[in-house]
Design a protein around this ligand. Structure first.
Ligand code: NAD
Length: 347
């Protein structure tokens, strides 16, 4: 008898969660057999990087703080020169998706074990995916070996995160979970993770925005974002992520803000064709999930429209045509006109 067979795979990962977790980083290095650590970060995550550097003690061999968005191969080459000069055998990323991308790139080139210590909610630490940029062209690959074997979530490292980044990065995580709910390869497990992630983010985000230094609320938000990152790793992305990738790549835009601006518009487009996702979201937030998400976007103190991000109105048709010509799997079919209409609303 023929039936539908679902294959479900999860990447093995060890995840430490809780206040003070980052102080155990040296023990995690030892567990992986590392002795000489390269710590990579972005310049503005310096405070968190200092804390981890202190916790590493004598096994810290080198630091590289020039990680950049979209993992440019030129930056990776600079980090590789440091690896060779200092004979490091383990790489740790402290920061958001940019630092974690660099650690994945270094690990891919050397086979070194990696530990991710995320300070945003972008979710890259949970995925076996690396996007690298060379001569302005971004190529993405997926390989289980790219996923950090150990993740350390410590809410302490997020207490100083500005309100704006907190909101947009949490919306980025929310988008992973919402798209997982309507993904063609969603399973009962990803449905459960995504539902819990949406619930956790929508509950914790307002609490964190009211008191950004509250470690309990930060911990709730971080845990929900972890689940959203696992959803991103386990399901295929749809229209929302495709628009974020194409717009971000074409106009060099900030990742999290773009996700924030797009999400309610994509939900308004897709939910009528995604009854399962709509039912779950309605159960969580009432009859109008689009409005709930739109309110979170509107209250952002930064740009809340594509126009305010600097995208020219006459650039939208080309984007719509590219997306409709080669769509990611999406619950509602796409035409260039429909995508253009969505983008113009977001503009
Ligand atoms: P990011 O890592 O570029 O960080 C944004 C800014 O916030 C940086 O300046 C950083 O230094 C700063 N920052 C980070 N943590 C902070 C904190 N706690 N307090 C204050 N400032 C802090 O941005 P991101 O949104 O985390 O990641 C975006 C990048 O990650 C993009 O390149 C995206 O493509 C990639 N990404 C990849 C995957 C994947 O699965 N491969 C998933 C999600 C994102």
């Amino acid at each position: 008898m023929d039936g539908v067979v679902i294959a479900h795979e999860t990447a093995p990962a060890r995840v430490l969660i809780g206040q003070g977790a980052c102080d155990r980083v040296a023990g995690e290095v030892e567990r992986l057999g590392g002795e000489r650590v390269l710590l990579v970060s972005t310049p503005s995550a310096a405070a968190a990087s200092e804390r981890v550097a202190g916790a590493l003690g004598t096994c810290l061999a080198a630091r590289f703080d020039r990680a950049a968005p979209h993992t440019p191969v030129t930056v990776t080459a600079q980090a590789m020169a440091v690896v060779e000069a200092t004979r490091t055998d383990c790489v740790i990323a402290i920061g958001g998706g940019s630092a974690i991308g660099l650690a994945k790139a270094v690990s891919a080139r050397t086979g070194m074990p990696q530990i991710a210590v995320p300070t945003t909610y972008a979710g890259s630490e949970a995925t076996p995916v690396l996007g690298e940029t060379e001569n302005g062209v971004k190529t993405t690959r997926r390989d289980p070996a790219l996923a950090p074997g150990t993740i350390i979530y410590d809410p302490d490292l997020t207490l100083g995160m500005p309100r704006g980044l907190t909101r947009t990065s949490a919306m980025n995580a929310l988008a992973h979970a919402v798209e997982a709910l309507w993904a063609p390869d969603a399973t009962r497990l990803t449905d459960a993770l995504a539902t819990e992630a949406v619930d956790g983010i929508l509950r914790a985000l307002p609490e964190v925005l009211a008191d950004p230094a509250d470690p309990d609320a930060r911990g709730q938000l971080q845990t929900a974002a972890w689940l959203a990152g696992v959803c991103l790793a386990q399901t295929r992305m749809g229209l929302h992520h495709q628009l974020a990738h194409v717009l971000g790549g074409s106009f060099d835009l900030p990742h999290a803000e773009l996700h924030t601006i797009l999400l309610d518009h994509v939900m308004a487009y897709n939910l009528p064709s995604a009854p399962g996702a709509l039912a779950r979201l309605t159960r969580l937030v009432g009859p109008n999930p689009v409005q709930v998400v739109a309110r979170l976007t509107r209250e952002y103190e930064g740009p809340t429209t594509l126009g305010a991000l600097g995208i020219p109105l006459d650039g939208l048709r080309g984007i719509a045509e590219r997306v409709a010509a080669n769509p990611y799997p999406n619950p509602r079919p796409l035409t260039a006109d429909a995508v253009l209409d969505l983008l113009e609303r977001a503009w």
